[in-house]
Design a protein around this ligand. Structure first.
Ligand SMILES: CC(C)(COP(=O)([O-])OP(=O)([O-])OC[C@H]1O[C@@H](n2cnc3c(N)ncnc32)[C@H](O)[C@@H]1OP(=O)([O-])[O-])[C@@H](O)C(=O)NCCC(=O)NCCSC(=O)C[C@@](C)(O)CC(=O)[O-]
Length: 302
């Protein structure tokens, strides 16, 4: 793989994906401080919150306060989830300038997560896309369960490609491929990305892998060999989807940064500052730090 010198775009999803499944209510000030610390560490795409129904995901109920309080920083973007027009309008009113819709390659997961089947969900995104286009707001599209579903098991690459192609045709500038429950392995991840890249240009694909079975870095390396250059990750490996039983954390941002720096790829991220943030947020959440790199590089007082 001829990677040295090439660049990788990191999308930090900790404040949204990382926190959405936390059982206790996290103070808004802690969430804001997390976002600021991540930006201080050099991350430039930070998924800040989700404009979803607070009945479905109570942890994201302070989405408006988060977006309103975030001071713009040159070069830093704060995308948010918006599953419908209500979410989009609220997000835009609070200052969001990048949004994401989220679909799934599994019919059962789609129903559990957003209360409708795949085709219905895509129909529901159409007015979101139309309104976002009118407002000149770029929309990212997620596809969940690309390497397995907690309800249906195996998901064929064909099913992933179908949803990815639809989202792309609707105008999503990027399609993020989620291994929601982290069951993927490298060759499986390759086969899935190869199939999706037949219908969406590789440059518009992102890998969003969870690390439930410890495969995420290997899977990322495998799909980077194919040309993936956008990687989603969550500080301290926090994360999990409330509607995906058994889903554990996303791949830890510091593990990804360590791997990329070791490959000669500059990320613009200050690894020491990121590790410090990982320890800080775990302290706030009252949980141990799970990521290998954050444990290995623990500050003396952690
Ligand atoms: C999509 C809905 C809203 C459908 O939920 P629904 O119940 O079918 O929707 P509804 O239109 O019937 O609305 C029900 C209530 O929610 C309100 N509502 C409706 N929309 C909104 C909104 N945007 N913001 C705030 N409130 C909203 C609406 O006003 C109403 O309130 P009520 O009249 O009962 O008081 C719901 O299922 C939902 O919010 N789901 C979100 C689930 C979620 O956030 N999951 C986690 C994110 S996805 C993920 O983690 C995977 C990913 C992206 O990371 C990739 C991967 O790893 O695979």
């Amino acid at each position: 793989m001829n990677l040295p010198g090439s660049s990788v775009r990191l999308v930090e999803v900790g404040p949204r994906d990382g926190l959405q499944n936390e059982p206790g209510t996290i103070p808004t000030a802690v969430k804001l401080s997390l976002i600021e610390r991540l930006a201080d560490a050099g991350l430039t795409w930070i998924e800040a919150t989700a404009f979803v129904s607070p009945k479905w995901v109570p942890q994201m109920a302070d989405h408006g306060e988060i977006m309103t309080a975030l001071a713009p920083r040159p070069g830093v973007r704060y995308p948010v989830l918006a599953p419908n027009l209500k979410g989009l309008e609220a997000a835009v009113a609070a200052g969001a300038r990048d949004v994401a819709v989220f679909a799934a390659a599994s019919e059962s997961f789609s129903r559990k997560n957003i209360n409708c089947g795949i085709d219905d969900s895509l129909d529901r995104f159409a007015p979101v896309m139309e309104r976002a286009r009118a407002l000149d707001i770029p929309v990212r599209g997620y596809v969940s369960c690309t390497l397995g579903c907690p309800y249906e098991g195996e998901i064929p690459p064909e099913a992933v490609a179908r949803v990815a192609a639809r989202l792309h045709a609707m105008g999503c500038h990027e399609i993020s491929l989620g291994d929601t429950i982290g069951t993927g392995t490298p060759l499986k991840a390759r086969r899935m990305v190869e199939r999706v890249a037949e219908v969406v240009p590789m440059a518009q694909l992102a890998a969003h892998f969870h690390d439930t079975y410890g495969q995420a870095l290997a899977n990322l390396y495998a799909v980077m060999e194919l040309g993936i250059r956008t990687i989603d990750a969550s500080v301290a490996g926090l994360g999990g989807c409330p509607y995906a039983r058994g889903a554990s954390g996303n791949v830890a941002t510091e593990d990804v940064v360590y791997m990329l720096h070791g490959m000669g790829i500059d990320t613009g991220v200050d690894l020491a500052a990121l590790v410090e943030t990982a320890h800080w947020i775990c302290g706030q959440l009252g949980r141990p730090v799970n990521s290998r790199v954050a444990r290995a590089m623990a500050p003396c007082d952690a």
